[in-house]
Design a protein around this ligand. Structure first.
Ligand code: 4AD
Ligand code: MG
Length: 459
């Protein structure tokens, strides 16, 4: 079997030339088959695009003798002619000259024609990309991953691959997965471990990203991150991908500009390059999706300080599950009220109290707040979190002490402030949260090929 171009590529070429095509070869999985007296109709899909290709297979062609085994889910290879379809429903169809059964699918194939719940499909995550909805989700994931790189490369940012195994806790929250080769009996000490000390899966590439920004000016990293937080919500995963730009000679205002620009860029990408996938999300997931995305893409984001946000929340008179007061973290219900009900568009909240934010954020002149910012979007809440970084060595060293961090462990990070320190800023965008936003999928598990969440590490 020669290497095949996917159906999408083939059809693209045909559409470009807008003429029939002899002796094409396609392969894919059968969605449905209908038999007539002397021929069969097969709806074939290879996942490269949403659309199926209708195959008309005459009973006289080679391979047709296996037609009874060409059931939903079976894989076949078909040769034939692509001709304008005489029937409604598709522009082109393939008149098969031969058909070959590659792999049959017995009757217990779990993806039958009726709709399946997202919960059921998660339990067969190895098969769910064969459905229209998940095919669309994962094509969108690929498209946006590419767009992330394009966004930064167009702006001359340098991609840095930061490590996945690390010895420092970027967020200082201690929610890390330990990496060890020590035996289970715990008799050995840390010094005997693989790296001679404790090591973890990274929660963020930021600290290493900062070192490269303080040399190459504009960088970004885009990779997997891991959090052992036991929050079993629809927006948290134990393994997720983060996009983290870090920009030297940049302050909080520039940081917010870049974050908002990236969100808008990716929303436009989803609107422009979806080839019918967006219609699937509108049909099965979220009726108002396109309208909301167009709304977001065409307007500036709201910007309010944390202090204003708290005032608005208090004045709202709404009864929230979690208390609202200056000095407390904004919970997801508060974030969603701000963006969905009050501003009715994305909101960037900035300048949070220093006590509730990590050690690396730059202290403002008021001595109370740090230059933190979160971008909140309707339906999700926080999609981006970032800050200007503390570039003053003495203040940073003071922060290590206040946050109970070992200054020696972070010595290499402090060095950036010792040798040619510069103002710099960055943020992290949760890639899955962005995907939830542009697809309307309500659960993070449904935009990750194989989700890792508390109590679940299947496949
Ligand atoms: O706000 P966070 O924790 O910020 C950082 O990690 C910084 N070091 C980023 C930086 O400044 N370079 O996480 C950033 C984003 C969040 O806004 C959210 O979108 C996403 O990462 N995120 C998660 N997504 C899925 N599952 C989780 N458990 C997530 N935790 C954070
Ligand atoms: Mg955050």
């Amino acid at each position: 079997m020669a290497l095949l171009a996917g159906m999408r590529t083939l059809l693209k070429h045909v559409l470009q030339r807008d003429q029939s095509c002899d002796t094409l070869q396609v392969a894919g999985w059968i969605r449905t088959r209908r038999d007539a007296k002397a021929f069969s109709f097969i709806e074939l899909n290879d996942g490269t695009c949403l659309g199926n290709l209708q195959i008309v297979a005459d009973a006289a062609i080679p391979g047709y003798e296996a037609i009874a085994k060409m059931s939903t889910g079976a894989s076949v290879e078909v040769r034939g002619k692509l001709i304008p379809s005489p029937a409604a429903g598709q522009r082109w169809e393939m008149q098969a000259t031969s058909i070959k059964l590659l792999g049959e699918a017995p009757d217990d194939y779990p993806l039958q024609k009726k709709g399946h719940s997202t919960e059921f499909l998660r339990s067969i995550a190895h098969l769910r990309p064969r459905t229209n909805l998940y095919g669309a989700v994962f094509r969108m994931r690929s498209r946006l991953a590419f767009a992330v790189h394009r966004f930064f490369q167009e702006r001359d940012f340098i991609c840095v691959h930061t490590p996945i195994i690390t010895a420092s806790d970027c967020e200082g929250a201690g929610e890390m997965f330990r990496v060890t080769t020590l035996p289970d009996d715990k008799s050995a000490c840390d010094a005997e471990d693989f790296f001679g000390k404790r090591a973890y899966l990274t929660v963020s590439g930021q600290l290493e990203g900062e070192t490269f920004a303080c040399a190459l000016s504009n960088i970004y990293t885009f990779g997997p991150t891991f959090r052992a937080e036991n929050s079993n919500t629809s927006r948290h995963a134990a393994e997720f991908w983060m996009i983290e730009p870090e920009v030297a000679f940049c302050d909080l205002a520039g940081d917010m500009d870049l974050a908002e620009e990236l969100v808008t860029y990716l929303v436009k990408e989803a609107l422009e390059n979806n080839e019918g996938d967006l219609a699937i999300f509108e049909k099965f997931v979220d009726k108002g999706l396109r309208e909301r995305l167009e709304f977001v893409a065409s307007r500036p984001f709201e910007r309010i300080s944390y202090t204003e946000a708290v005032k608005l929340l208090v004045a709202s008179g709404k009864s929230f599950d979690y208390p609202v007061a200056y000095g407390l973290n904004l919970q997801s219900e508060h974030e969603r009220w701000l963006t969905e009900e009050h501003c009715k568009k994305p909101v960037t909240v900035f300048n949070y109290p220093k006590e509730i934010k990590p050690f690396y954020m730059r202290l403002n002149d008021d001595n109370q707040t740090v230059t933190a910012m979160d971008v909140l979007v309707p339906g999700i809440g926080e999609i981006v979190g970032g800050s200007q970084r503390e570039e003053r060595l003495d203040v940073l060293l003071g922060n290590f002490a206040k946050h109970g961090l070992n200054a020696e462990t972070y010595g290499w990070y402090a060095d950036l402030r010792k040798y040619g320190s510069v103002p710099h800023a960055g943020f992290g965008m949760g890639f899955e949260r962005m995907l939830m936003f542009v697809t309307g999928m309500a659960n993070i598990r449904d935009v990750i090929p194989f989700a890792r969440t508390p109590g679940n590490c299947q496949f």
